[in-house]
Design a protein around this ligand. Structure first.
Ligand code: ADP
Ligand code: MG
Length: 292
């Protein structure tokens, strides 16, 4: 590889917002056959919004939303922000939360006044042996609509479901089509529910969906693909994605995401536009062809 052609390749990328860290990253990109993409903040905008509240008898919408928001005030998760913002938009008073706790792939909990409030996914409720049958229909309807169903339990009983949607980035569909046309296999990786994940994947050129993943399992999923002989680029934005980005043959971070993801990656897409992945692969293939 001539240093000159590498520099030209890296410079071309930079001009279109695709920052390639070094010669190794540029060289490796040509051999990639699989692109693994995180869902939240990578395929989607990562700015979820509340779309609906369903409550069980004995609870009002404002009560369930207010309790959930009181818990989520202390959480950093994007879903938490959506819940807190929706409660504020409705002008709900902010209750005080004590004994806050959270589990990154599951949800959060706290004591609000004298009540134990739990906010999160089905696994979290199962872990606490809370029966969610009474709200499964509402939760499943949300998931089928590509929304995330966030369950709320009060004193060990399910009280309602918050349906939360996170829009796809406007260029995501086109970006994935380009990857498929370049002969790459596209796999979506998410901690979200399988049904939600499948509903989102259904409108996109995605070959495979790996859902219900705990944050710590993302790197393991990449390693497994590599063990099957695949050469993997992984695109992600979050702190949770950093180990998977570092494990992949090439990590691709969103410039709109966390610094930790960018530090773990060989490529950064400045504006988070996934069309940059195909651009990077094309650049690599062109550069490496020239130097042989
Ligand atoms: P993703 O891979 O889609 O970014 P995460 O690993 O961050 O997802 O979270 C996985 C799932 O855990 C979420 O879809 C949600 O159901 C649940 N979850 C995690 N943290 C919270 C929270 N603070 N409030 C509600 N739900 C949460
Ligand atoms: Mg993410």
């Amino acid at each position: 590889a001539t240093p000159m052609s590498i520099m030209v390749g890296i410079g071309r990328g930079a001009r279109s917002g695709v920052l390639i860290r070094d010669a190794a990253a540029l060289e490796t990109l040509q051999n990639i056959d699989t692109v693994v993409v995180d869902k939240t903040g990578t395929l989607t905008e990562g700015r979820p919004g509340l779309r609906g509240v369903t409550v069980l008898p004995g609870f009002s919408e404002d009560e369930v939303l207010g309790l959930a928001a009181a818990v989520e005030t202390a959480s950093e998760h994007p879903l938490a922000r959506a819940i807190v913002e929706a409660a504020a938009a409705r002008g709900l008073p902010r209750a005080r939360a004590d004994e806050f706790g959270s589990d990154p792939g599951l949800g959060a909990w706290a004591r609000i006044d004298a009540r134990r409030v739990l906010v999160g996914n089905r696994q979290l409720m199962r872990q606490r042996q809370i029966d969610v049958d009474a709200c499964e229909a509402a939760a499943d309807a949300a998931r089928g609509n590509a929304q995330t169903a966030v369950l709320v339990a009060v004193d060990d009983r399910v009280a309602g479901v918050l349906a939360i949607a996170d829009a796809l980035k406007p260029t995501t569909a086109e970006a994935l089509r380009a990857l498929r046309e370049a002969g790459l296999r596209v796999i979506m990786l998410t901690g979200d529910n399988r049904r939600t994940a499948d509903a989102i994947a259904g409108s996109l050129a995605i070959d495979e969906v790996i859902a219900d993943l705990l944050p710590a399992d993302k790197a393991g999923a990449v390693k497994k693909l590599q063990g099957e002989g695949r050469r993997v680029a992984m695109a992600g934005d979050g702190v949770n994605d950093a180990p998977a980005l570092a494990t992949a043959d090439v990590g691709i971070a969103m410039g709109t995401g966390t610094d930790i993801a960018m530090q773990a990656a060989g490529v950064t897409l400045l504006s988070g536009d996934l069309r940059g992945i195909a651009t990077a692969v094309r650049l690599s293939r062109a550069t490496m062809r020239n130097i042989r």
